[in-house]
Design a protein around this ligand. Structure first.
Ligand code: AMP
Ligand code: GLY
Length: 423
């Protein structure tokens, strides 16, 4: 069978690579893909991004099913458009994708269904928003309602910062329509983890847990990024907490969406905050897998990913289990000069090591120019390795990453520190 993967990041490279290992697969197309998906055995890039073109391609090529990596096409209704012409596609409809595309929708939904999350209020009027901040004080969190490519959240440690964020979004309209409405919510303390499931609308199959590193610099310093590294499993998610997440967050979400007439199909990612006393809260929903969480999660997946997706498309996840490698997987992001604000393009990537059973270099912002691989985006590569514990996985991943060079390369040296400190 032929499968289409939509997107061009490290997440999509990992999805396409894992899918390509299924004996059922003849070819994986990646639209538009990157230099990694252009050169990986069994994968082929197609230079399409417009939804009607993708629909036409899937029809012409007789694609068995399509998987959507990023949130933007989901929010534009790619799933609705594929389904309208009878094409199989794994993801939420445009309306169900509001769990990610509107923070206000997600917060109201969580309140309606008693899903644990920080107390919040939504504002379009800056005067009322400023008054709310004055009343509640700092630290406090301001979130743009719409999709903002990871730039929509301000964790304000003092009131000056909080008021400035309101002016930035509601007065100066610096984030356009995404910031024309804001959610202001209580600051939560604790440890974050990523909890991702497959959903067929009724049933959920949990993927392995993971943790991301959102700040640019070691020790969780510097600006927020899309993620500078991740590992799986996340030891903070004990078996008891895992059961609690399924019971208090995932199942109430799927049941609630179904009751509201918006059955949720696709990957569902709950960003969790676990307080020092074990209190559980939902920071956000994403309607897709995480990047870079996908890379270590899929390194550990032993089941056939094609089977899992087909079971989900057929509504049979209650009959499905996934097998995981007992090793730890850890991925290190190599980012471009100037990332996250002004990533530089065009730097030449030298000496890419060969992939092995225990280490894989997933591409993100890379492009093939003649025979050279060049930097074309902020997060460039994600070196992901398996090891018998987190220290070993870390050692192997850094040994590979240290062989890679391009001008201006940025990477953290402490990926995995939470899991290591815990031991
Ligand atoms: P979000 O996109 O909502 O997950 O927010 C991005 C990041 O902001 C999260 O990964 C957290 O690090 C931080 N954050 C979001 N909401 C809160 C909150 N209520 N309290 C503390 N930090 C938060
Ligand atoms: N790594 C965080 C995300 O994908 O949203």
């Amino acid at each position: 069978m032929k499968i289409l993967v939509i997107g061009s990041g490290g997440r999509e490279h990992a999805l396409a690579w894992r899918l390509s290992q299924s004996p059922k697969v003849s070819r994986i197309f990646v639209a538009p893909g990157n230099a990694g998906t252009a050169t990986e055995e069994g994968l082929e890039n197609i230079p399409l991004t417009h939804i009607p073109d993708l629909v036409a391609f899937a029809q012409k090529e007789n694609i068995a099913f399509t998987i959507v990596g990023p949130e933007a096409p989901l929010a534009l209704g790619i799933v609705d458009q594929f389904r309208q012409v009878g094409l199989r596609i794994f993801g939420p409809t445009q309306k169900a994708a509001q769990l990610e595309s509107s923070k206000d929708f997600a917060k109201q939904f969580m309140k309606r269904h008693a899903i644990p999350t920080a107390a919040s209020e939504t504002f379009t009027d800056p005067t009322l928003a400023h008054a709310y901040i004055t009343q509640h004080g700092a630290p406090i969190v301001i979130k743009a309602d719409g999709l903002a490519a990871g730039k929509g959240v301000v964790v304000a440690m003092d009131e000056v910062q909080a008021h400035a964020a309101i002016d930035h979004m509601l007065v100066d309209n610096r984030m356009g329509t995404a910031g024309a409405r804001v959610v202001i919510e209580a600051f939560l303390e604790g440890e974050e983890a990523s909890f991702i499931v497959l959903s067929d609308g009724r049933n959920a199959l949990a993927l392995a847990t993971s943790q991301d590193h959102k700040r640019l610099k070691d020790g969780d310093q510097g600006p927020n990024t899309g993620g500078m590294g991740a590992y799986s499993p996340a030891p903070v998610i004990t078996p008891a907490l895992h059961a609690k997440v399924m019971r208090e967050i995932i199942m109430p979400t799927l049941n609630g969406m179904q009751k509201e007439g918006l059955p949720y199909t696709g990957f569902l990612y709950a960003g969790l905050m676990i307080s020092p006393t074990g209190e559980l809260n939902t920071l956000e929903f994403n309607c897709r897998m995480g990047d870079p969480e996908t890379q270590p999660i899929l390194m550990r997946l032993k089941s056939d990913l094609v089977d899992l997706i087909e079971q989900a498309l057929d509504g049979k996840l209650h009959e499905t289990q996934a097998q995981w490698d007992s090793r730890v997987a850890l991925g290190i992001v190599l980012a471009a000069h100037g990332y996250p604000d002004h990533p530089r393009q065009g730097d030449v990537i030298k000496a890419l090591p060969a992939n092995s059973e225990e280490a894989h270099v997933f591409h993100a912002g890379t492009t093939l120019k003649n025979t050279q691989i060049q930097v074309s985006g902020g997060r460039v590569l994600c070196v992901t390795a398996l090891g018998h514990n987190v220290q070993t996985a870390k050692k192997i991943a850094y040994a590979v990453a240290d062989h890679i060079h391009f001008d201006g390369l940025q990477m953290r040296r402490d990926i995995g520190h939470r899991a290591i400190d815990r031991k």
